[in-house]
Design a protein around this ligand. Structure first.
Ligand code: BGC
Ligand code: CA
Length: 310
């Protein structure tokens, strides 16, 4: 069939159906044409609908834009009404200055406070150093105080003796058991031979001590134990006993013979002609004597009778 026949049928297809065209092929062709026509119609309808929706959206968008435009315009007008003049700017500047004033005035003291804090911290550091220094010093002082306390106790314990000797014994001598004694403890005044020590005592109207009784021996040796420094106990004290006239015959200064001696074990041994007697700070006062060469220089003990009480 010719394409042109289709186009002719296209305009009167309904007529063809109604005229009950017997030709099946023509009917089929006519149906196809009608379907195509329907499809075109449907397509047009959907296109029209889509177009209408798009138009609607466009209208809505236009409305939104219009509203936005109006509100922006209003805002712009407001801003225009509230525009900052030079006068406003100056006022704001001044107000800001006013606001900053307290801050500035607060910053100044803060800087001052920083400096003061530095000074305070320096002072504090010095205080800490001083405290350390004082702690050290106080330790040294404590040691000194302990020593002085000991000395004080010693002096106190001997005060009655010294007081008793006041006016009755020469200065620097002590009154003990009704006699005046001089103990040469000082290293400064030097050491002396037996004869020179004796002369020293005689200068004061006395002589080297005669230890002719156990009680006297005990009192003198205890006094030595009390006063002689532990490092000096090897230094003896001359007293008034010698065997320089007859070897082995020990005699007191007044010529009386020794009856009871308090020699250390093995003494007197006369090592290198030892004719003079010396007493030591020994706890066992029964064993406190040694014989020494009379020229040996050491300490000594003087004795003299006290002057009568007035
Ligand atoms: C002896 C004494 C002696 C002394 C002399 C000691 O070692 O024991 O007997 O008198 O020496 O320095
Ligand atoms: Ca000896």
């Amino acid at each position: 069939m010719e394409r042109a026949g289709h186009q002719g049928c296209g305009s009167d297809c309904d007529t063809l159906v109604s005229q009950e065209v017997s030709d099946d092929e023509d009917l089929k062709t006519c149906n196809q044409f009608n379907q195509s026509k329907l499809q075109v119609f449907l397509f047009r309808v959907s296109s029209w609908r889509r177009g209408r929706r798009a138009a609607l959206i466009l209208v809505v968008l236009a409305g939104v834009l219009l509203i936005a435009d109006i509100s922006l315009g209003v805002r712009y007008n407001n801003l225009k009404d509230a525009h900052l003049t030079l006068e406003h700017a100056e006022r704001i500047g001044k107000a800001m200055d006013e606001l900053q004033k307290p801050q500035k005035s607060a910053v100044k003291p803060t800087m001052g406070s920083h400096k003061q804090l530095d000074i305070d911290m320096q002072d504090q550091q010095e205080t800490i150093w001083e405290l350390e220094h004082q702690t050290k010093s106080s330790k040294a002082y404590r040691v000194q105080i302990e020593e002085m306390t000991k000395n004080n106790e010693y002096l106190k314990s001997h005060l009655p003796m010294t007081a008793g000797g006041c006016g009755r014994c020469p200065s620097g001598w002590i009154l003990m058991n009704s006699a005046c004694y001089f103990f040469h403890f000082s290293d400064a005044a030097g050491l002396k031979s037996w004869n020179k020590a004796r002369k020293f005592c005689q200068m004061y109207g006395g002589d080297l001590v005669v230890i002719d009784s156990k009680d006297k021996q005990k009192a003198i040796v205890n006094h030595l134990v009390h006063y002689v420094e532990p490092s000096k106990v090897h230094i003896g004290f001359w007293f008034g006993l010698s065997d320089s006239h007859i070897e082995g015959t020990w005699k007191w200064l007044d010529g009386t013979s020794l009856v009871e001696g308090f020699w250390m074990d093995g003494e007197p041994n006369d090592t290198n002609n030892e004719d003079c007697a010396s007493v030591y700070a020994k706890k066992n006062f029964f064993k406190a004597w040694n014989d020494l060469t009379c020229e040996h220089e050491q300490k000594w003990i003087c004795e003299k009778a006290p002057t009568s009480e007035s």
